[in-house]
Design a protein around this ligand. Structure first.
Ligand SMILES: [Mg+2]
Length: 114
């Protein structure tokens, strides 16, 4: 089982050249649009389950979640941070925001935002 850092490293294999500002800009656009597209594919599967009555296909959901992760890892690489770090920061933020777990009240009175 790999961690986020290992995944991010392996996901670079198909990344286009981004060794100058113009190429990096294009790669950021490519990966951002890819993330939107794959998020849409994942959302479509969920929409079909909830609103069209299709049975959930777990393999398809996992495949699209992986596609989302691929583009997200690419964005992390292009901005020079690790997916592992972003994952850790997110967990810490949510622990602060919802120390007792999610509640509507806590989401309205956010203790982590001044
Ligand atoms: Mg896909």
């Amino acid at each position: 089982m790999m961690n986020f850092n290992e995944y991010q490293e392996l996901s670079k294999r198909t990344m286009p050249d981004h060794d100058n500002a113009e190429k990096r800009f294009l790669a950021v656009a490519n990966y951002s649009l890819g993330l939107m597209g794959e998020s849409g594919e994942l959302g479509d599967l969920i929409k079909k389950e909830i609103f069209h009555g299709h049975p959930a296909d777990l393999e398809k959901v996992k495949k699209e979640a992986g596609d989302v992760l691929h583009y997200l890892a690419g964005i992390a690489t292009l901005y020079g941070f690790s997916l592992q770090e972003a994952a850790g920061m997110n967990i810490e933020k949510l622990k602060k925001r919802y120390p007792e777990g999610f509640s509507t009240e806590a989401s309205m009175k956010r203790v982590d935002v001044k």
